[in-house]
Write a protein that binds this ligand. Structure first.
Ligand code: PLP
Length: 395
């Protein structure tokens, strides 16, 4: 028997990660009913291919890797300068000032969201509910003390700092929110920045869905004055450019983030990344750079538009059926209330068994998600239309 100790904080986690549990149930159903065709509107994975400009850039980069003079070994651990600068320019086009030197390229927002706890100590952590489960699980793994900021229909699934005493927290904000699609306006986000500054808190702002925003909402927390003194921002190419399988993201850790003990978060994150991360491959970074060019942004916006048309098709059916729902306007997710007071998992089972449509139980995103359900617009048009027809027959 081994005499080593393990990280016992893992005992505080739910038995399986939400999407593993869904996968298990779907596999079990398929094994029992091999003749049934299942439509997946569950996991938030994209289905459209990469934009042509991205593919061309990646091909060219691969060619370079096959020639002695242009071959490259390890990439710089914080990202190639060309991509860090392209990201800074992308912000600039939105009227936001971010220094390329504060941008850290990575293989995914999930990695950064999960790894950021490495540089933080034993703080109180404030996590919205419902929300992307990685915030919660990564903090549980570190044994951190977590408070939930529950949101619901009454506040449009947008929690506010009004309910808090002035205490320092590490605050997670996801806008547009996964799973609810709720998006903060300037005033709402400014209230969080004000709270963070007054209380000495740190905001970790996840903007993975900023490219889906329609209308005059902030795409970045740095659109709010003073945010660079209290906020880290994490963004991803996954949904904006279809990079879920290609893997590339970034995190902005501004120079101005300094604790009262004199620690600069940028220095800590630089050290953490240099030690535990060896960079993103050159062809992928060239592809990401192309996605942020003016033409790349246009081509990627066409992908987003396609998904948003799916969202409209789902949303219109729910409206016809009188099912309460939100989202699907500034986000690829539709958040609906399970009919007849059903629980999230009961609704999941019903849809799987009766019409073979897979969605995501809201409860998996936190307790405040119980009784709700998430559908995604990332399927093909054909699959979405077929799923809508099936859903319409049981709702
Ligand atoms: N943040 C949010 C809110 C997400 O929904 C997701 C993926 O679904 C991620 C981060 C992960 O992004 P990435 O593919 O870059 O790891």
């Amino acid at each position: 028997m081994m005499k080593i100790k393990v990280n016992e904080n893992f005992a505080a986690l739910k038995e399986s990660y939400l999407f593993s549990e869904i996968g298990r149930k779907v596999r079990a159903y398929q094994a029992e009913h091999p003749e049934k065709e299942i439509i997946r509107l569950g996991i938030g994975d994209v289905t459209l291919p990469l934009a042509p400009i991205v593919v061309d850039a990646m091909k060219k980069a691969v060619e370079e890797m096959g020639v002695k003079e242009t071959f490259r070994g390890y990439p710089p651990e914080y990202g190639h300068a060309f991509l860090r600068e392209a990201i800074a320019k992308y912000y600039k086009r939105k009227g936001v000032s971010v220094s390329a030197d504060d941008v850290f390229v990575s293989d995914g927002a999930k990695s950064d969201v999960g790894n950021i706890v490495d540089i933080l100590g034993k703080n109180k952590v404030l996590i919205p509910s419902p929300v992307y489960p990685v915030y919660m699980d990564s903090n549980l793994m570190s044994g951190n003390k977590i408070e939930l900021l529950e949101a619901g229909e009454a506040d449009g699934f947008l929690g506010t700092p009004d309910v808090l005493d002035l205490e320092p927290y590490v605050i997670y904000i996801c806008s547009p929110n996964n799973p609810t699609g709720a998006v903060y306006d300037r005033e709402g986000l400014a209230a969080w920045v004000k709270y963070a500054k007054e209380s000495g808190s740190l905001i970790i702002f996840d903007s993975a869905y900023e490219a889906f925003i329609k209308g005059d909402y902030p795409h970045s927390i740095y659109e709010i004055e003073g945010a660079e003194t209290c906020s880290i921002e994490i963004c991803s190419f996954s949904k904006m450019a279809g990079f879920t399988g290609t893997r590339c993201a970034w995190t902005v850790v501004p120079e101005a983030l300094v604790t009262e003990d004199g620690y600069a978060l940028k220095k800590l994150w630089s050290r953490r990344q240099a030690t535990k991360f060896n960079g993103v491959s050159y062809p992928v970074q060239r592809g990401a750079e192309a996605a942020l060019s003016e033409e790349g942004v246009k081509q990627c916006a066409a992908l987003v538009d396609y998904y948003m048309e799916n969202a409209k098709i789902i949303s219109e059916m729910l409206t016809r059926k009188g099912v309460w729902h939100t989202g699907g306007v500034s986000s690829p997710y539709i958040w609906l209330k399970c009919p007849n007071g059903m629980s999230s998992w009961a609704f999941f089972d019903m849809l799987l068994n009766e019409v073979q449509v897979v969605g995501t139980p809201g409860e998996g995103f936190g307790e405040a998600g119980e009784g709700y359900f998430r559908l995604t617009s990332f399927g093909s048009r054909e699959a979405t239309v077929a799923a809508v027809k099936r859903l319409e027959s049981v709702l």
